[in-house]
Ligand binder design. Sequence first.
Ligand SMILES: Cc1cc2nc3c(=O)[nH]c(=O)nc-3n(C[C@H](O)[C@H](O)[C@H](O)COP(=O)(O)OP(=O)(O)OC[C@H]3O[C@@H](n4cnc5c(N)ncnc54)[C@H](O)[C@@H]3O)c2cc1C
Length: 504
Amino acid sequence: MANASTDIIIIGAGIAGLAAGCYAQMNGYQTCIFEMHTLPGGLCTAWQRQGFTFDGCIQYLFGSGQGQPFSRLWEELGVIPGQQFVHHDELMRISDPGGKTLIVYSNPDRLEQHLMELSPADHRLIKDFCAGIRTFTGFDLSLLQQQPKALRTPADWGQLGRKLLPFVCPMTRWGNLSAQEFADRFKDPFLRRAILQMFAWSSIPVMVGMSLLAYMQTHNAGFPLGGSSKFAHRIAQRYLELGGTIHYESQVERVLIETRRAIGIRLYNNEEYRANRVISACDGHSTLFGLLGRQYIPRQMQRYYDGRLPIHAQIQVSIGVNRDLSGDPHWVTYLLDQPVVIAAEPRFEIGVKHYCFDPSLAPVGKSVLIVMLTTTYDYWQRIYGRSLYDTEQLQESSILIDRLEQFYPGLQADMEFVDVATPLSYERYTGNWQGSSCGWLLTKQTLPLLIQGIPKTLPKLRNFYMVGQWVEPGGSVPVVAMSGRNIIQQICAEDRKTFRAVKD
Ligand SMILES: Cc1cc2nc3c(=O)[nH]c(=O)nc-3n(C[C@H](O)[C@H](O)[C@H](O)COP(=O)(O)OP(=O)(O)OC[C@H]3O[C@@H](n4cnc5c(N)ncnc54)[C@H](O)[C@@H]3O)c2cc1C
């Protein structure tokens, strides 16, 4: 089947694909999106089980504050003003078995005072860290994704330079220090352990964690009430209202190419669709090695996938409980004396979140508890190969729940539903390579790639583009949405059109 009137075909209805679709429609391009799943959102999702909604994505969305960095995106994509957000006063708590607790306040003054009380000996480090958070409250992270093609005149470059200049020193300092290196500098043994838990992973640059706290302080990192799936549905709705079309259950098998030019796509059911341009907004590995048949991979990109860049895979254990936890802190990481072995790795801490701050996610009087653990893809892949996968999922979750009894006595009796998502679940439902949750992991090594940018086009293939978390290291919902916006800006520049972005 051919469709002569389509300007752009987009592969994938995750946030990047939906955003690209919205901006393309705003600029007069006729588009359609092909999505292998039955719903939009990709990784930005949630699932319902026995009355509980288990959210699988957004904990913090940059751009939730009006007039703040990234908020314009959500206005243009039809999320704001309809969407309400919860802004927490604290990121999390970290407790040790001896009864010490670190409260990670989003207010840097409060955090500084609290840290000083916990460890006066670390006063210099604490002061520096909190000063860094205050500095980053004024930083517009979206500037790091600025498209060179959008900077047309020397005045544009000058303006960008002036905005970035005050942050060059803090970015260099805190971007080159990993969370582990930072934590190791504390003299206090409790803080040395606890500080590390504030960060998403040990190799993440401190700058990233600081930026999260800075945006929490300015109420620009909120949780969207209703959860991640509803959030994604709002953008899909905006896309449809702009005149776009989404084909669900339509997995793309191949990008059609003629004389080194992308001309359309073929689905697994052999249907073919044609368009002037193709944007891949799905997994990077399957795009390059599958949809394009390995032919157009630049050497540099090949190296990324040869295992040189790190990725992050995880297990999510979601529990529906017949208990109201709304009086408890929303996120506590428990440091353990004795490790618990889950998925063949000893765990010295367990982070538990409840979602009672959003009453729509559980029936009245009940709660959702979620535990996330880092894991390796290979472990689950091996088990899957030996048909032990289902048993293993059950076993690992019961080991975890046994340990949780220590912190929530009677939990097992109150449990109504347990759900386990492994890297294989993420891979199966979203196609992401090795179940990665954010494309390439953001570390000291990959941060420069975020700033320089991974190429979005391939040198030997015309009319083909890539957006989303595999070309924006570290991923995240606002960054991939910006990726979709930027590519349409680039396409407009190629067509000598003035880019338009309109609010809902
Ligand atoms: C547990 C978890 C927590 C997170 N927390 C946050 C957070 O707090 N804040 C934040 O900003 N970000 C967070 N993220 C990261 C964020 O969700 C992702 O970086 C982002 O959603 C990626 O969007 P994407 O559009 O690039 O890719 P994806 O979401 O992977 O979308 C790709 C889409 O393409 C489809 N697809 C794949 N292959 C094909 C094919 N061949 N044919 C057709 N369709 C195809 C997939 O089904 C999918 O819908 C989190 C992620 C996870 C997993």
